[in-house]
Design a protein around this ligand. Sequence first.
Ligand code: HEC
Ligand code: HEC
Length: 537
Amino acid sequence: MVKSLNSVVRRLVAPVGLWTATMLAPLYATAEINAGEELLRNRCMGCHVPEQNEPLQLSRISHQRKTPEGWLMSIARMQMVHGAQITSDERRTLVKFLADTQGLTPQESAPYRYILERRLNHIEDKQPQLAEMCARCHSEARVGLQRRDAGEWEHLVNFHLGQWPSIEYSAMGRDRDWLGLALNEVVPFLDKNYGLQKDHWQQWLDSEKASPIGEWRLVGSMPGRGDFHGVMKVIADGEDRYRLNLTGKFADGKSLRGKGQALVYSGYEWRADITLGKEKFQQVLAMNPQGDRFEGRMFLKQQETLGVNLTASRADKPSLLAVSPAFIEAGKSQQISVRGTQLSGDVSLGPGIEVLKVLKRGKNEIRLKVRARKGLETQALDVRVGEQNLAGGLRVYDRIDSLQVSPAYAVARVGDGGGSQEKVKAAFEARAYGAGEDGVNGTADDIYIGTMPANWSLAPFDQQAIEDRDLDFVGKIDRRTGVFTPAAAGPNSKRKYGTNNAGRMSVIASVGQGDNKQEAKAELIVTVQRWNNPPIR
Ligand code: HEC
Ligand code: HEC
């Protein structure tokens, strides 16, 4: 359970002058003082001075709240830039302590979870001024995942200018009074939207926290491997620490089985390392305050763009999680699985969907052979099992009106080739839509049908890409899975000027045949390695 820093601080109020090494010694011995506080004193207080006679209210550190990854990055900077001395074990302990005492609430982290979940090709919907002033070097999420008062935001602006003076004369810096705008407009905006708001945090700390111990049912999907379902068993392994067993299966038949360990930060931030067969995965999940749902992503540690979007539900509570496959063509029959936990009661798949046969009836899976009536129009149907409802859980379609490749814009990076950085792949999905009532594609009433199996290919993006013969050098896309693997890093003597294997591609998905054939395109930039890969990009 999360302890409140304030209560510990109140116990330890002492005049600053008394905080000498000799005075500290007896305090170390008292059992209540946990390792995190000790580290703050030993590793940070040398530079960050205690304030207002409160030995554990330290300059800068006590005036911000952020995610575990955010704290990790700040401390890593202390080491790299300021020479702070701290071992990896100590750093882990301190990150845990700071995220537990000065973290973000579930509501605060919710809008920006994509960055924690390493959705590297997510396109941010940016606030225009932040986009120009701040989120041109890093994501807006890096900003939105912090809480500070105005003074602290101001220190951050000054630190940026001091650390990276080029901020004023690089693009979108030299055409304006960057520092003036940052201090007079951006800081007030940040204070208003991302102020310290200690009371929000205190409310979260004071609320009861759920435990993740028990059995969970997982559903999800992974580009290239399709729908996923599995079971995760979580057992205690110390305070906020857990061991887990996971088994699961993808729609393509591949199965996963393995073990891992997890740590919960801030009362809900689940981070796990899991070895499944030969692959090492990381889970970044958020547990809901009721403690009966996990939401997030499980990705390959060495290949963060490849991962499973996950939802999990407690095995002992009723829930309806997913239908797989989640779409059916009008006039056709097929098998579907309805997945959840403690499923009981009548199954209803919506008007026009007839159950031909019940193939399996279990608590966690109901497998059915169903038929969609001919002539049904494209629509999303609510699926019900007993009391449980999954809005839009099954989509029926009479034709695909449009196709979109997701992500619409992606970056892959050359790698290996004797260098230290691995290739960074890109994974695409073909999302099919119905035009909706207005019959026009690309409008608000479009109906998402589902992710379709597609034929994948590459083409040069523009004239430059043709002239540079990018297609011959940048890498290959798997025709079936839509996963792009870039070529090796380093100069290539076969290319003009012996340049590297970078380039610009169109990624083309094609679904259906003849008159029903649909095609869609995305843009793919294949570029050089990124050498600095912090957890929050
Ligand atoms: C050797 C001196 C030194 C030590 C030791 C040190 N810091 Fe810092 N810290 C600084 C300086 C200088 C800054 C301001 C410049 C910056 O932000 O990098 C700073 C800034 C910070 C900030 C504000 C960063 C921001 O984004 O605005 C945080 C948080 C922080 N330190 C945490 C820590 C923690 C936690 C420790 C202990 C592990 C620590 N520091 C140890 C020198 C130090
Ligand atoms: C010139 C590029 C650049 C611009 C422009 C920029 N940043 Fe940064 N910012 C960085 C870099 C680089 C770091 C990484 C420091 C590190 O590795 O710890 C950083 C770190 C941060 C952090 C994390 C600091 C911490 O220790 O917690 C925040 C928050 C942040 N920036 C906010 C902003 C805001 C707000 C603006 C606009 C006023 C801005 N940045 C503009 C380059 C930039």
